[in-house]
Design a protein around this ligand. Structure first.
Ligand code: AMP
Length: 177
């Protein structure tokens, strides 16, 4: 599959679900893409490719859909996998970061010993919307001693401007709307 063909087929496999999880939101449902062996592999390849020579030590997945891509990307890059989870889920000592959502706040956490000082870290998620989650994730990685090399997301919702709030963290994306 050529990379142009891969992008077309990946695009076609993302299902728009209107008014989920709340009225006015068009949810980007990646489950049809994940269920297709070729497309899942193509998505992992496309996400990992920009970092092939970046000497990544750890790939961080943002709960929950970020895990799906971060783990195979870690294997491709020869790196470890680190889960970044909602507060209260990780069993050992954590650092936490609270950030604003459209309504209310959210708190994410990572184990304090997840990284060695200066580890080169790639942060992965499925969708970049307003960018709040990704920015909080990058802050958390830094506070835990990691160096954020980049943020890789499958889908960028460009009209929401998430890219602008990332404080200079390099962003790579596969599909853009
Ligand atoms: P944000 O913090 O606004 O960038 O939101 C990013 C997080 O919310 C990601 O972890 C996404 O999985 C999820 N998300 C936000 N908007 C959507 C959407 N339209 N479709 C699917 N997931 C979304």
């Amino acid at each position: 599959m050529s990379s142009d063909e891969a992008i077309d087929r990946l695009n076609a496999a993302v299902r728009d679900v209107a008014d989920f999880p709340s009225p006015g939101i068009t949810f980007k449902d990646i489950t049809p893409l994940l269920a297709d062996a070729e497309l899942f592999a193509a998505a992992v390849e496309a996400l990992a490719r920009p970092y092939a020579t970046a000497e990544i030590d750890a790939v961080v997945g943002i709960e929950a859909r970020g895990f799906i891509f971060a783990a195979p990307i870690a294997r491709v890059l020869g790196a470890g996998f680190v889960p970044l989870r909602k507060a209260g889920k990780l069993p050992s000592d954590t650092v936490e970061e609270t950030y604003d959502l459209e309504y209310g706040t959210a708190t994410i956490a990572v184990h304090v010993d997840a990284f060695d000082d200066g580890d080169r870290v790639l942060v992965v998620d499925d969708v970049l919307a307003t960018g709040g989650t990704a920015r909080a994730a990058a802050n958390l990685v830094r506070r835990a001693g990691g160096h954020v090399v980049g943020l890789a997301v499958l889908i960028e919702l460009g009209f929401l401007g998430g890219r602008e709030v990332l404080d200079g963290v390099p962003l790579t994306t596969v599909l853009r709307y």
